[in-house]
Ligand binder design. Structure first.
Ligand SMILES: Cc1cc2nc3c(=O)[nH]c(=O)nc-3n(C[C@H](O)[C@H](O)[C@H](O)COP(=O)(O)OP(=O)(O)OC[C@H]3O[C@@H](n4cnc5c(N)ncnc54)[C@H](O)[C@@H]3O)c2cc1C
Length: 443
């Protein structure tokens, strides 16, 4: 056993009860969870919820008690007093008999020996493992991209660094117009920094929202005094004494920068699995039960890539919802349920005075209905492929978002013309659908 790891000891009667449960559910005895972020922590909790009474070891390379990531770019960096919001209180882990190895990096997944190998050569045996290793910021593919003042945001330590640098950062360049970059842009602008956002695509959030939403977000950011440049790339960084000083653009412009934030997407932390011979692509490949190509090794969260039930295409989603729902399913898989992942995808982002909420997978839609009014900073774009409802993107219209979640969750598929009649008509049709469902299932 790995030194310093204390398994919860069971007395004789507990041991009898445990072996009865193990026999009944054919449970695995030791489950190692690699990665203690949103997915890993939920997996540990869900294993207990599902009745798993064996050993759970939760391993994470960060030393902090696992925390919520979304507030880092929204509230944490603007408030010097803000504390991280922990996912579970410290005593939760002890109460649930979850062994914690924080500040530890798993270097090798030894499949033949059924053990994890740590940097210092020590090992931890397992019967099944869940890989919840998340993702890391994609580095800027430029020479000299390691100077200080050039930062990316993924962890609490990253957020603390940005928070420390912000008061002295009069000029900030945000490289990448995705959710995290734009959240930081709005947050730092509110603190008084001069912000320029540099986006290579011809619009912000190009990969994830409709053009109407992109245009709206760009206009509101500009109204906050943020410069938004699209269709330009960073060609070079200028630095002095190891600190970033300016960002040079493909347009020839030189942007002075006391801090430059790189937000150009993430790379899945799949190397551990790939080195063990587990199938990877853009992430660790998993089936609908979250099993990798090695059945007792599961993968969940930002690192997991799977055939999506809504589109039939491969997907690797980066959201709290995806991480926690996959964790719940992985726990069910490991406790003997044969279920398929079918959770409705949803996401949110707070950018300045805009709460963006997305439900469904809206890419590839060819027809759209606009609900509400962008001029009021409250509207939704409903996406269709032909007459097939794909999902909704909302700005400050939470009721549309919630209706979309409920409809997709229950398999109600409103057509294009129904949505054109407005949300009240959709809601009435959905209520009728639910009433019909209830009466057809009534005894
Ligand atoms: C700043 C920020 C804001 C966000 N805002 C939103 C939002 O508003 N809404 C939303 O839905 N999502 C948001 N997200 C995305 C969301 O946080 C992620 O989708 C979620 O964290 C994924 O969970 P995960 O457990 O898969 O990965 P992570 O939470 O990244 O956890 C993975 C953990 O594994 C550890 N690890 C990796 N390799 C090893 C190893 N070999 N050994 C040990 N430990 C290892 C990592 O250190 C990390 O702690 C945001 C993310 C960030 C960074």
């Amino acid at each position: 056993m790995r030194p310093g790891l204390t398994w919860r000891k069971a007395d004789a009667s507990e041991r009898r009860a445990v072996s009865a449960v193990e026999e009944r559910l054919q449970m695995t005895r030791t489950i190692a969870i690699v990665g203690a972020g949103h997915a890993g922590v939920q997996a540990a909790a869900s294993l207990r919820d599902e009745g798993f009474d064996g050993r759970i070891a939760l391993i994470g390379e960060e030393r902090d008690l696992p925390y919520h990531k979304p507030p880092l770019s929204k509230t944490f960096i603007k408030d010097a007093q803000a504390r991280p919001q922990v996912l579970r209180a410290e005593n939760f882990y002890a109460a649930q008999g979850i062994d914690l190895l924080f500040g530890e990096t798993v270097d090798t997944l030894d499949l033949a020996g059924r053990r994890l190998v740590f940097g210092d050569g020590s090992t931890l045996g397992f019967d099944a493992a869940i890989l919840a290793t998340g993702a890391r910021p994609r580095p800027l593919p430029l020479e000299g991209a390691t100077v200080s003042g050039l930062v990316a945001l993924r962890t609490l330590a990253d957020a603390a660094l940005i928070r420390d640098l912000a008061p002295q950062a009069g000029n900030v360049v945000i490289i990448g117009g995705g959710f995290i970059g734009l959240e930081i842009a709005a947050t730092l602008a509110a603190l008084g920094s001069r912000i320029t956002v540099v986006e290579a695509q011809d619009r912000l959030l190009a990969r994830v929202v409709a053009p109407a939403v992109s245009a709206h977000v760009a206009a509101r950011l500009r109204a906050l005094g943020i410069r938004v440049l699209t269709g330009v790339t960073v060609s070079r960084l200028e630095s002095a004494a190891g600190r970033v000083e300016a960002v040079l653009l493909s347009s020839g412009e030189r942007l002075p920068a006391d801090m430059a934030v790189v937000g150009i997407g993430v790379l899945p932390n799949q190397e551990l699995a790939a080195a063990a011979g587990i199938a990877t692509g853009n992430g660790i490949r998993v089936d609908a039960g979250m099993r990798s190509s090695v059945p007792d090794i599961l993968a969940i969260g930002d690192v997991a890539s799977y055939r999506h039930f809504m589109t039939g295409a491969d997907a690797r989603l980066e959201s709290v919802q995806n991480a926690t729902d996959q964790a719940r399913l992985a726990a069910r898989t490991l406790t003997g349920r044969e279920e398929s992942y079918a959770a409705v995808p949803w996401f949110w982002s707070d950018i300045g005075d805009m709460k963006l909420q997305m439900v469904g997978l809206t890419g590839g839609g060819d027809r759209h209905v606009l609900l509400g009014d962008p001029a009021e900073n409250k509207f939704s774009v409903v996406h269709f492929l032909g007459d097939r409802f794909l999902g909704i993107e909302s700005v400050n219209r939470p009721a549309d978002h919630m209706l979309g979640r409920r409809m997709l969750g229950e398999g109600f598929a409103p057509g294009f013309s129904l949505f054109q009649a407005g949300p009240e008509a959709v809601k009435a049709a959905y209520d009728a659908f639910k009433a019909g469902k209830a009466s057809s299932t009534a005894p």
